[in-house]
Design a binder for this molecule. Sequence first.
Ligand SMILES: Cc1cc2nc3c(=O)[nH]c(=O)nc-3n(C[C@H](O)[C@H](O)[C@H](O)COP(=O)(O)OP(=O)(O)OC[C@H]3O[C@@H](n4cnc5c(N)ncnc54)[C@H](O)[C@@H]3O)c2cc1C
Length: 424
Amino acid sequence: MSDKIKYINSEQFEEEVIKSNKPVIIDFFSDDCPPCDVLAPIYEKMAEKYGDHITFVKIMRQENRELALSLGVTGSPTVLFYKDGKELGSRLSGFMTKPQVRKAIEEVLGDVLPPETMEKVTCDLLILGAGPAGLSAGIYAGRAKLNTVIVEEGVCGGQAATTSHVANYPGTDGAVNGKELTRNMKEQALSFGVRIDDLKEIFDVNLKGPIKYIRTEDTEYYANTVILATGARPRELDAAGADTAKGRGVHYCATCDGAMYEGAEIIVAGGGSAALEEAVFLTRFADHVTIVHRRDEFRCAMTELEEARSNQKISILTNKIITEVIGGEHSLKEAVIRDVNTGQYEIIKADGVFVYVGNDPQTRIFKGQIELNASGYVIAGEDTRTSCAGVFAAGDVRTKEIRQIATATSDGQLPRSWQKDILQ
Ligand SMILES: Cc1cc2nc3c(=O)[nH]c(=O)nc-3n(C[C@H](O)[C@H](O)[C@H](O)COP(=O)(O)OP(=O)(O)OC[C@H]3O[C@@H](n4cnc5c(N)ncnc54)[C@H](O)[C@@H]3O)c2cc1C
């Protein structure tokens, strides 16, 4: 744990934050909160890097509820910045990436840090992303005695590590925690001699030519072959007011923030498995949950739809989208809904909106070097070959019908036919 992070409570807030003569970054975190677990190592790394210029503070939200509410913090994690006793910049909330946190800190500080010294690494195979696809590719490559490095922007595990309830991965006894499942995958890859460089941000990519080049903040990688396994990230709600209400009424993690909505009226946006599962989970707290889905067909198992339909606390609106969320200081009050067929608007009461409206592939950094489809997925078939020689795509990042842990791990298997290419 970094000694550059101070854990404080409400009583210390005035002294440590308001009266601080340095800028302060605060992480309001909770227990049992997957996005807090994702942020924690990023926060540590940032504290090591920027801790001489900005004070890093952590406050447990559950134990300092009144302070959190007085600041309008209703979701975990929420990151705030203070300077000269006043809040500044914009807040970050929910699942955060290292680039988002770094950029927010640098906005507050300006460019105060000199560039890092660079390490040079050469390898047979470079895997970008340490979710189920990247880790399973690492396991196969390590076993095939290829000199393999995995570069991960955050921490290992990918999307799978953000859910505590994986019920359909073969070989597990009932539901398994995604964090544990992917921790095992990581240990397995390490045991076969794979190097995993996590919390690395990729700034430059050159996939053309026989030697591929990747540069992070402190390392230059050269490899014969690259596997793109950067997966996807949850899409944000595209509605007026949703951005400013993030963490104050608009949420992306029911496990973390659902308990704040005891007795409340909640909307769940989306029509896939995640939306239906989380809507049912939220009925533990809320008086009523309305699922708002833009189509009339659902992308989920029939059992999930039936469970939601038979729940007395859930109602389902189809062919509707949320166009605006209207808030108070700490939570929402209403949401404006538009019927996609008639164009008519209605306003419904909503204290909070939980968003599960699909994912965006993480391919921006490869654009122009590799063929992507209209939605931004890397065009690759079962053999995972892409339009660029020596570059393969595995898991959710590639064009495919079903995006699940089982399909991601199966992509990670290295066909013998191209293991030879890697060693050239
Ligand atoms: C809430 C939730 C519940 C789910 N439940 C289930 C379930 O029950 N069963 C099931 O089978 N599937 C489930 N899924 C889907 C499953 O998690 C995914 O299909 C699977 O994780 C895809 O694996 P992946 O390795 O292809 O991509 P991801 O899991 O998305 O991993 C990609 C990794 O790449 C990293 N990365 C991204 N960009 C960069 C970059 N520029 N540089 C370096 N690294 C980068 C990311 O940080 C991430 O760690 C669920 C997904 C979610 C979000």
